[in-house]
Design a protein around this ligand. Structure first.
Ligand code: GTR
Length: 395
């Protein structure tokens, strides 16, 4: 009897492990059919940018809201900006540091986002600004610059003539399965929590980034027409959803965002919707759960998210050893988003094959690289972002 039980338990364990096993074998990816980007829900083809903007784009935004990330609420009563620290000779005089408390209220309740920003002193016009949706903790953005973290290489960015900024996502929605509600959800938008298409972690972080742009629009040191959103991994997923919606973002950058970010969900390689919704349910609206192991039923795929960013610019970064995030699936999604850019007359023309490791591809309004090495955001990645932004803003 005992041995029979042991066998049953063993079989159960093996089946559970198997149902979670990840595919890393290109020959086992299998066939998949992506949802049509340019066919409207009424079956008609989208042939012009006006049909895209008036009909198909809003349809796709709604599909992502209702099935993946939840709808981001827009209303609040007041927003207040307070510069709590300013140093015009930061980084030995080459930058201005500001720490800004951004307080947003609805009714008599409020939350505060603590923005950290450096702008280059050598730039006499308002500076283009990188904005990082940062889930790695405020210590990665040390204002004293004692700790120089390659994740947020402020000196290099300043030397290149750009501003760099960021906020810790904990101010908006803690990155935690239990605590994610403590922040904007419980304080400002409690209704969202009950809604099956309510905003969750990734959407909330983007909501916070939008409030930061509200501030940038008032700061003369910042060129608010040149905001570059950056996020790594989970932050990259958030950056894409944010950049797709907030049209004040000029360039949206996703660094190794992988599943439910820049990678195609239907491509069975690396992380899956099943894994991500099990491990991180609080990043997504409750409705997303139904697509676990059921990706073919998703009415969207991630190329459509990238396409929502058009005609503004999108940049997708990968790392060669980061197979969990499926570098090839990210490149394919970028390629599949091209028809929408082309509707605007933008000749994106990405190469058919994924570029070689460490070979950056810059095309009009679109860029990609696949860095050697592991899952991380590094000064090398930042150098590619700067190259791309320089090229894009020159036009
Ligand atoms: C992983 C998760 C990925 C990615 C990553 C990260 O555990 O499966 O989707 O978001 O975390 O944020 O570093």
């Amino acid at each position: 009897m005992k041995s029979k039980n042991a066998i049953i338990i063993f079989i159960l364990i093996v089946t559970t492990l198997n149902s979670f096993s990840q595919n890393y074998d290109e020959s086992k990816v299998g066939e998949y059919k992506l949802p049509e980007l340019l066919v409207r829900e009424d079956g008609k083809d989208v042939k012009t940018k006006s049909e895209w903007e008036k009909i198909r784009r809003p349809e796709i935004v709604k599909l992502f809201e209702n099935n993946v990330y939840g709808k981001v609420p827009k209303d609040f009563d007041n927003i207040d900006f307070k510069v709590v620290n300013k140093d015009e000779s930061a980084m030995n005089g080459k930058a201005t540091l500001k720490e800004v408390a951004i307080t947003v209220s609805r009714g008599n309740r409020s939350i505060t986002i603590n923005l950290i920003m450096f702008t280059p002193n050598k730039v006499k016009v308002p500076a283009p600004m990188f904005l990082v949706i940062n889930h790695r903790g405020v210590q990665t953005m040390d204002v004293s610059r004692q700790n120089k973290d390659g994740f947020w290489p402020a000196e290099e960015v300043i030397d290149a003539g750009f501003g760099i900024s960021g906020f810790d996502v904990i101010d908006v929605s803690p990155d935690d399965n239990e605590k994610f509600k403590e922040g904007v959800l419980e304080v400002l938008y409690p209704d969202q929590i009950k809604m099956s298409n309510g905003m969750r972690g990734l959407g909330a972080w983007g909501w916070g980034a939008s409030r930061v742009i509200d501030y940038f629009e008032k700061d003369k040191l910042v060129d608010a027409t040149k905001i570059i959103s950056v996020g790594h991994s989970r932050g990259g997923k958030s950056s894409l959803w944010f950049g797709a919606q907030d049209e004040r973002v000029a360039i949206t950058i996703s660094n190794e965002s992988g599943n439910s970010g820049a990678a195609l969900s239907r491509r069975d390689f690396g992380e899956t919707v099943e894994r991500i919704t099990k491990n991180f349910p609080y990043w997504f609206s409750a409705n997303y759960q139904q697509y676990a192991n059921n990706e073919d039923k998703l009415p969207v795929d991630q190329h459509m998210l990238l396409a929502l960013i058009a005609p503004r610019a999108v940049y997708v970064a990968s790392a060669a050893d980061d197979l969990w995030a499926d570098p090839k699936g990210q490149y394919l999604a970028l390629k599949e988003s091209q028809p929408v850019f082309n509707l605007y007359g933008i000749e994106t023309n990405l190469p058919i094959e994924m570029p070689k490791i460490n070979e950056q591809v810059i095309r009009p309004h679109m860029g990609f690289h696949n860095r050697e090495g592991k899952h991380n955001m590094t000064p090398y990645d930042w150098q590619q972002f700067i190259n791309f932004a320089n090229d894009y803003f020159k036009k």
